[in-house]
Design a protein around this ligand. Sequence first.
Ligand code: FEO
Length: 172
Amino acid sequence: MLSKKMVDRINEQINREMYSAYLYLAMAARMQEAGYKGVGKWMMVQYHEEMFHAMKFYAYLQDQGAAVELKAIAKPEFKETTIKELFQHALEHEKGVSGSIREIAALAREEKDYATEGLAQWYVAEQVEEERNATEILQTIDLVGNSAQGLYLLNVELGKRDLGVASDFTKL
Ligand code: FEO
């Protein structure tokens, strides 16, 4: 059985993951509108991944017999327009999410809540991957510089990302 503090904290994390999904969805829209379909696809796949993160916590609360409390999702705010700026924003956002996950892991340890601590470890590892993905893309963007050909190839490369779930809703 989970403590009330833990249930509240996990419900808060569901909201943060859904905000993450919303943020990447908004970024996908900006990139698709700008003609960077591949970058938009990458962002759309990330949207799905964030929803998966939210739903994994959702399912966990239900497995533990705890109530899921959905909260309002904030409007995603970003002023950035270039691909590099968007990935810098994404990286900073992911660092914040990593801190939020560490808080859950620390609370679980404090409460000797080993089930949640085990689940939190999955997210800790996932956040390493999330930060690495954004960092590697930023490194590639720096290598490409202002080369139009390089940006074209990067757009094609990022468009290959696939989660095995629908990301092109025009084909449903
Ligand atoms: Fe769900 Fe990108 O962290």
